[in-house]
Design a protein around this ligand. Structure first.
Ligand SMILES: NC(=O)c1ccc[n+]([C@@H]2O[C@H](COP(=O)([O-])OP(=O)(O)OC[C@H]3O[C@@H](n4cnc5c(N)ncnc54)[C@H](O)[C@@H]3O)[C@@H](O)[C@H]2O)c1
Length: 277
């Protein structure tokens, strides 16, 4: 067995269970502490997993526990300040929940600090590893539909909640190209909140990526319609896809649907070596 890691989780609510599941399934990781402002949630979470360290204050936890890995599983507006606090306390890996932030400054600071300190820092867009997205990525990489690619995504679920996952998935499928331009439109007529952040009712955007790829993403544009429709279109064919599978349609007609399993972030972290230090 290689190096082992001590993990801590800040925010012990719903999605923290998924993070704990990653760590508990990996023999090289031990969860040494949890932190939550709700004593009830903290106790239930830690009792169930026999986690010894229990804290109401993240600063105290980071100082006393000095974890190698920190999961940030709190509400939207706290992701970046807590990720930065974890890096400043010496964490070597930080997995922050999505959305990265509800404003622009924090993410830039967090990425800059991670690069400076050689910290493995990811925003938990775990849906990118879905079998259907993996299959779509493989087909695009093999040139099955040619390039550049146009992507159409229609979905419900809000920009910060589901939209952040979809935009990340598109970058994954295209091989992580940089974005070059965004033409965006949102509507927010109400004071609707989603986990502590103001939340728009409708989003429509065109995102241009390096290589000439263009994403058109439409979220909640038709009231109450939640169905999803995802399509990649290239000069040589079309790929219809969802999280489960991808189906290529080219000059030979419709091919058999593809579905490819892939490991997630913890395996990625285990393979990662810091560039600084
Ligand atoms: N990646 C995904 O698929 C996915 C799925 C669900 C939720 N999320 C994201 O995870 C985040 C949390 O969602 P949830 O559904 O788990 O919410 P939740 O309310 O169930 O859990 C959040 C917990 O954080 C605690 N908390 C808040 N501020 C804190 C602080 N400063 N210090 C310590 N604890 C604090 C709360 O008391 C609560 O127990 C959201 O930003 C959401 O967008 C991601």
């Amino acid at each position: 067995m290689g190096e082992t890691y001590r993990a801590a989780i800040i925010g012990t609510g719903g999605i923290a269970r998924t993070h704990a599941g990653y760590y508990m399934a990996n023999e090289r990781v031990e969860i040494v502490a949890g932190c939550d402002i709700s004593d009830e949630r903290l106790t239930a979470f830690c009792d169930e997993r026999e986690i010894e360290g229990r804290y109401a204050d993240h600063e105290r936890m980071l100082a006393e526990v000095q974890p190698d890995i920190v999961s940030v599983c709190t509400w939207n507006g706290t992701h970046m300040p807590l990720s930065i606090a974890a890096m400043e306390a010496g964490a070597r890996a930080v997995v922050s929940e999505k959305p990265m932030s509800d404003e622009l400054g924090g993410p830039m600071d967090a990425v800059a600090l991670a690069q400076e300190r050689g910290v493995y820092f990811v925003v938990h867009h775990q849906t990118r590893f879905s079998p259907g997205y993996n299959a779509a990525r493989k087909l695009v990489a093999e040139g099955a539909i040619g390039a550049p690619v146009g992507i159409h995504m229609h979905s419900g679920g809000g920009l910060l909640n589901i939209g952040s996952h979809l935009i990340d998935a598109v970058r994954f499928i295209l091989g992580e190209p940089a974005w070059e331009y965004v033409v965006g439109w949102i509507q927010r007529d109400t004071d609707r909140f989603e986990r502590g952040s103001f939340c728009e009712e409708k989003t429509h955007a065109l995102v241009g990526f390096a290589g000439g790829h263009e994403l058109v993403v439409s979220l909640d544009m038709v009231d109450g319609v939640k169905h999803k429709h995802f399509q990649l279109v290239g000069p040589d064919g079309v790929i219809n896809f969802d999280r489960e599978q991808a189906t290529l349609i080219d000059a030979d007609g419709a091919h058999e649907s593809l579905s490819i399993e892939q490991a997630g972030y913890l395996d990625e972290r285990a393979r990662w070596k810091p560039s600084a230090s």
